[in-house]
Design a protein around this ligand. Structure first.
Ligand code: C5P
Length: 245
């Protein structure tokens, strides 16, 4: 559930639309990266074989489909995700306590039937693409975004989820509210030597790990690099540096 080595704290997203492209990235990073993220783009294009292929290669899969629906439907989706072997699965915490509890119960039941460890279940709080002004306008609230993130993180924990996906700027607040055992997965991470791309609220790997992230998701600085393996190893080096303090 919690990563045991610096290598295992790096998650690389396969943000491509074909199995062939995904396989190419995995082959390039085969010896240095343990967990890959399969999101809506690849899963919609290639389906469960994208996950199964990674599992056959002994890789861990974060299935980033951000489920959000009635409890029965999300429980069914989590059952399917557990059956195909996803190690990490997420859902929108705003789907509510009943939905998250149903997901948790189902994941544990299916894992026990299959005699496999239950997947790590994560809540998605407020998407990092939404800023304070958009949050208050679009959600019709005067609440502060950080307070809503902390509230939804706590709700995820109450439902029995293992952790949340949180932007680097929210790690400290989530740790404060949910404690040290709660898993925090952080995208929006950019090494100093990489382009920011469209990510805005960013931190470096060293900063994100020092703030308390368990896992960091780093995509384009690795996958768009001419030397992806060197880029991944440099980031793993930064994680080690942060661990040594
Ligand atoms: O290439 P880059 O490092 O920006 O990729 C980050 C990955 O994390 C993408 O797959 C993106 O969809 C995902 N993500 C994110 N921010 C969130 C949640 C997921 O950037 N709040």
């Amino acid at each position: 559930m919690k990563p045991d080595t610096a290598e295992n704290r790096l998650i690389v997203p396969l943000d491509v639309d074909s199995l062939a492209d995904a396989n190419r990235i995995v082959a390039q990073l085969f010896n240095c990266v343990r967990m890959f993220k399969v999101g809506k783009q690849l899963f919609t294009a290639a389906g469960p074989p994208a996950v199964k292929r990674l599992i056959e290669e002994k890789k861990d899969v974060f299935l980033d489909l951000k489920f959000h629906d009635i409890a029965n439907t999300v429980a069914g989706a989590v059952a399917s995700a557990t059956k195909i072997g996803a190690e990490m699965i997420n859902m929108h915490a705003s789907g509510g306590l009943q939905m998250m509890r149903a997901a948790k119960e189902t994941a544990e039941r299916i894992a026990s039937e299959l005699d496999i460890p239950p997947p790590t279940l994560l809540g998605v709080t407020i998407l990092t693409s939404i800023d304070e002004a958009a949050f208050q306008r679009d959600f019709g609230t005067s609440r502060k975004l950080r307070d809503q993130v902390a509230y939804l993180a706590e709700l995820s924990q109450t439902a029995g989820l293992n952790g949340v996906v949180a932007s680097p700027l929210e790690i400290g607040r989530v740790r404060e509210v949910c404690g040290g055992d709660f898993v925090i997965v952080t995208p929006g991470v950019r090494p100093k030597w990489a382009r920011r791309g469209d990510q805005r609220r960013i931190m470096t790997p060293v900063e994100a790990i020092a703030e308390g992230a368990d896992y960091i998701v780093v995509g384009r600085p690795i996958t768009a690099s001419n030397r992806p393996r060197e880029a991944a190893n440099a980031i793993i080096g930064e994680i080690k540096q942060a661990e040594e303090g």
